[in-house]
Ligand binder design. Sequence first.
Ligand code: ATP
Ligand code: MG
Length: 289
Amino acid sequence: MPLLEVDHVVVQFGGVTAVDEACFAAEAGRVTGLIGPNGAGKTTCFNVISGLQKPTRGAVRFDGRKVTSVPVHRRSKRGMGRTFQRLEAFGSLSVRDNVRVAADIHRGLLGAVRGLGSSSRGGVDALLERVGIAAYADERADSIPTGTARLLELARCLAGDPQLLLLDEPSSGLDETETDDFGDLLRDLAAEGRAILMVEHDMDLVMGVCDEIHVLDFGSVIASGTPQAIRGDAAVQKAYLGYAPDDEHPAEHPAEHPAEATRTDLPLLGDDTTVLPAVGASPLPGGAR
Ligand SMILES: Nc1ncnc2c1ncn2[C@@H]1O[C@H](COP(=O)(O)OP(=O)(O)OP(=O)(O)O)[C@@H](O)[C@H]1O
Ligand SMILES: [Mg+2]
């Protein structure tokens, strides 16, 4: 049984259906990707899973129990951790204190009084070391680069020792080496038995690190499968590009067909298979909304 199940979730904002009968799962010990063009409903799904957004319909199950009506803090206590697309650290606190506060919040007032759990300097510094930002421990959180701030978010999330990590665009702002290290860290975290559900626009990272990928488009899951299956899926290519590269009659949809020059900008695999573009980094006609 998957650790997390999203079951026919619908979210409507007035006339906008942000999530439309979405069904997907994330399993312990695996890295699962949730991808899709801008506005596809990925962050809204995370809000529903973590309890910030009540779904119009549908259910969320975590560790075999329905949690659709369980408040955010209880989901967190049960083992859900989350990072945000918009950074949420305390800017005036140091990097170390940001992680310490997260650890203190997680163990709660009673735990702090009874001396339960650990937000010791050693424990916090070990977390900073693990995510690769120990050198920034004494810097104010509002003075560090965006990529470092994303890793700080991850350290804050890990301070709660979550079974499920929900990571919303965790690699944006990281350079190539940092992204490689981050991918290794994700694999390590999964190997510890955690479930990782990651929204990410860096397709090299997604394709390299995920065991399974779910693709959202206009709030619906249009494909689920291994990176290899997703890469070759015509519906996915169409969602991102506005057309499938193997489409024999692209001229029938001239309005949707991006300029040929744009296609040559897409990263290619050795066998000339087109890899999905990083839509957040470089929006494509018909793909980014
Ligand atoms: N609070 C809200 N009120 C009204 N509409 C909203 C709200 N939150 C999201 N939406 C709309 O719901 C849709 C899905 O938004 P969401 O932020 O979930 O997309 P996303 O896949 O995370 O996009 P991105 O890749 O740009 O982060 C969009 O059309 C967005 O404008
Ligand atoms: Mg989003």
